[in-house]
Design a protein around this ligand. Structure first.
Ligand code: ZN
Length: 743
């Protein structure tokens, strides 16, 4: 019986001093730990989010000779892949990615994309969305797969994946070298779209090639997936192993090439003047040096040299390799100083990109390297290059393709400028995510796109005052989060299954990181944890759990509720301030003079109805003397008289908040006082842990409150702002009032 009474007492105490409304709604366990939602930690990946003591990853080195044929727009290559099996497992076969087979005749990509027939459709859309690449075969033609001494190795092609059956199983710790020879026809990017391809310039008859996914590449074998051999359909990008590359690119003798890596034979392919300018650029830290001027590029694009030239590049510790080639390139370069590295920021663009590109491109590369380095690690590669590429933005190690073309007369709008700077920052930023912090893009697009969009936003904010910086912030996802829940997909969705990848992989994860940095954790804790993640996983393969765990491990902020809500659910945020009741102490006659002075028109004992210029009049409450049984031996430490005196003048506001969207978020309250001042108070999201639908909390204020507004600076993507204010602003117009007779 004692137990029963004690339980009853406890319940009563809780009911009085905690939230009133325990019973309402269902409990979604939103503040419980993620538990089995995350993979069990092991010796490869620890519970702290760091690589474990037995962490391993594979290495794939490439030695490639490739010819780009400017006469028939094709690529022909031969590669020797040396695959280092650093896994604890023996491998009977290897998987390679044949990404160009997305453009093969038997590709699944056009088959699995749904479409509908509109009344009117542009030719380009008809070709890209309905007939697809029907008349074009851009798939890989594999000529041979051989051992280094020329014996054929059996292989099987399954769409965009190729299994190579090794002559002997590859033991743990061993390496194998083998050769693949191939060719393919390059797609016209302007006609058929694509990350890779060419743009043809009919006025001068030249091609600008941006060549990527152009060689059979090793798939990733790791402790998370085994072989990541999920087919490439087009949305889920790439999972790639680090390795060292030597690549010999043979192209038209009068083409200029830019590539992943460092040029090994500059004296053979550059003029003496170009070489001298390039040397100067290596010491130019304040502005770019022009290596090929616009006049020189215009001269060059008029020529048609016979024969070819071979450009040799080396790149160490990269996960991929891309290059560009054209007669049309203007080229500028500038050095960037880091403690142990002085990379060159470079841009290549045709005259069609000017005057915008000469002014802005390399500058944007420099700004990106400096800002990203601050938040992650110093840029470790020797170059970072921005290539003008109509219509797309696409990233590769040390080189990326970026849109932003002025009008034919050279004029451009602010929108074009902001778009061009934004895409350059974004694509150069991809050098970090996923090129260095190397996530599996095929499975988790947000890990590179979302994290990168966050730092893109940060870079634009810090370097480009006046630019529109809503994209990637909470305010930028409000309209998306208002959408029908059935049409939304959580961030933790494979990109091929995404409904609105721009938000699911880019905008929403970025907004989530902005929220964490600005609102939930604060910049100091966030920046340190974020940097820790970058440092731990640079040149390694992180998974989502490694990110989630590291952010908590390095900050002591429990964010499981945030990952569950923001990354795993499609819940929206809609916090309402539902009811506010003003109380003042009703002083009884026992020794205290009546100190209650109610300003405004309020008198003690008013009702709940908000009045025109503020809250309803205060209600009285009585402070009783603390019963001695409640504090037992600590009796002497409580001085009821002093407590009463301290609080006699105070205004007590009992506020009820409703969470109508289901997403757990902090409550940011802006109090407006009768004296015209304001105060912002931030309640951590954990206020919702006992009741996820509704909480009531009492605030003691010296000043009299006339109104409350939630989230005054739009830090939280609240999809319904009208219930963020109290007293409610009457949304009825005078006409409505007249019509319904309420005027
Ligand atoms: Zn991107």
């Amino acid at each position: 019986m004692t137990i029963l009474i004690r339980t009853l007492k406890t319940l009563i105490v809780v009911a009085i001093f905690s939230s009133h409304s325990y019973a309402q709604g269902t409990w979604g366990q939103k503040f419980e730990q993620m538990g089995t939602m995350l993979p069990t930690p092991n010796t490869y990946r620890t519970a702290s989010g760091a690589p474990g003591r037995e962490y391993w990853q594979q290495k794939a080195d490439y030695d490639i000779s490739v010819t780009l044929n400017d006469n028939n727009q094709s690529v022909t290559g031969e590669e020797t892949i040396t695959y280092h099996n650093q896994s604890p497992d023996q491998l009977k076969y290897l998987w390679l990615q044949l990404d160009q087979n997305m453009r093969a005749k038997d590709s699944n990509t056009p088959l699995v994309s749904s479409s509908s027939m509109p009344d009117t459709i542009s030719g380009k859309s008809l070709q890209q969305r309905i007939t697809k690449d029907q008349d074009f075969d851009g798939g890989f033609k594999i000529a041979s797969v051989k051992t280094v001494d020329g014996k054929a190795i059996p292989y099987t092609i399954n769409k965009t994946m190729m299994r190579v059956d090794l002559p002997q199983p590859l033991k743990s710790g061993a390496e194998v070298s083998f050769k693949v020879a191939w060719s393919y026809t390059i797609n016209d990017r302007m006609q058929l779209g694509g990350r890779s391809g060419y743009e043809y310039f009919p006025k001068d008859g030249n091609y600008l090639y941006t060549i990527a996914q152009w060689f059979p590449r090793m798939a990733v074998y790791d402790d998370v997936n085994g072989w990541q051999n999920k087919q490439f359909l087009g949305s889920g990008e790439f999972a790639l192993a680090f390795g060292d590359y030597t690549v010999r690119i043979t192209t038209a003798a009068d083409h200029v090439v830019a590539s992943t890596g460092v040029l090994q034979n500059p004296k053979e392919v550059l003029t003496a003047t170009q070489l001298e300018r390039l040397e100067r650029a290596k010491k130019s830290f304040d502005k770019p040096v022009i290596i090929i001027s616009q006049e020189e590029a215009i001269q060059n694009e008029k020529s048609r040299a016979k024969g070819t030239k071979t450009w040799v590049y080396k790149a160490d510790n990269v996960r991929d390799f891309a290059f560009v080639s054209s007669r049309k390139f203007i080229w500028d370069a500038q050095a960037v100083k880091f403690e142990n590295n002085t990379p060159l920021a470079m841009s290549f663009y045709p005259k069609e990109g000017n005057p915008l590109w000469e002014k802005e491109s390399t500058k944007a590369v420099v700004n990106t390297l400096k800002t990203y380095s601050k938040y992650t690690i110093d840029y470790p590669y020797p170059v970072a290059q921005s290539i003008h590429t109509a219509s797309i933005g696409m990233e590769y190690p040390m080189i990326c393709f970026n849109f932003g073309r002025p009008n034919p007369d050279g004029t451009y709008s602010q929108r074009t400028l902001e778009g061009m700077v934004g895409v350059i920052v974004h694509e150069v930023g991809h050098n970090y995510f996923p090129m260095i912090i190397n996530n599996d893009e095929r499975q988790w697009a947000w890990m590179d796109e979302g994290i990168n969009t966050f730092l893109e936003h940060q870079t634009v904010v810090e370097n480009y005052p006046g630019f529109n910086t809503t994209w990637g912030t909470p305010a930028g996802v409000i309209n998306y989060m208002k959408g029908e829940k059935n049409d939304l997909r959580p961030i933790m969705t494979n990109p091929e299954n995404g409904r609105s990848l721009g938000y699911e992989a880019y905008g929403k994860p970025s907004a989530g990181l902005v929220l964490l940095r600005e609102t939930v954790m604060g910049p100091e804790l966030f920046d340190a944890a974020f940097k820790e993640y970058a440092q731990r996983w640079a040149f390694k393969h992180p998974s989502p759990a490694d990110f989630f765990r590291t952010m908590e491990d390095a900050s002591a902020v429990d964010l499981d509720w945030f990952w569950k809500g923001w990354f795993y659910s499609v819940d929206a945020c809609d916090i309402a301030v539902d009811k506010v009741t003003w109380y003042k102490m009703n002083i009884d006659a026992k020794g205290f003079e009546n100190q209650v002075k109610v300003s405004g028109d309020g008198t003690l004992g008013g009702d709940d109805t908000p009045v025109e210029n503020g809250l309803a009049a205060p209600k009285p409450f009585t402070m009783a003397n603390t019963k001695s049984s409640e504090y037992g031996e600590f009796k002497n430490s409580v001085d009821d008289k002093a407590i009463q005196k301290r609080n006699a003048e105070k205004n007590f506001y009992e506020v009820t908040f409703k969470n109508e969207g289901g997403l757990m978020m902090p409550i940011i309250i802006e109090w407006s006082y009768a004296d015209g001042t304001k105060e912002v108070e931030k309640i951590p999201a954990e206020i919702w842990r006992l009741n996820e639908q509704q909480v009531t909390k009492v605030f003691a204020k010296d000043k009299q409150v006339i109104g409350i507004k939630l989230d005054p600076k739009n830090e939280i993507p609240d999809i319904q702002q009208s219930n963020n204010v109290y007293p409610r602003v009457d949304s009825k117009t005078r006409f409505d009032k007249f019509k319904d007779g309420s005027n």
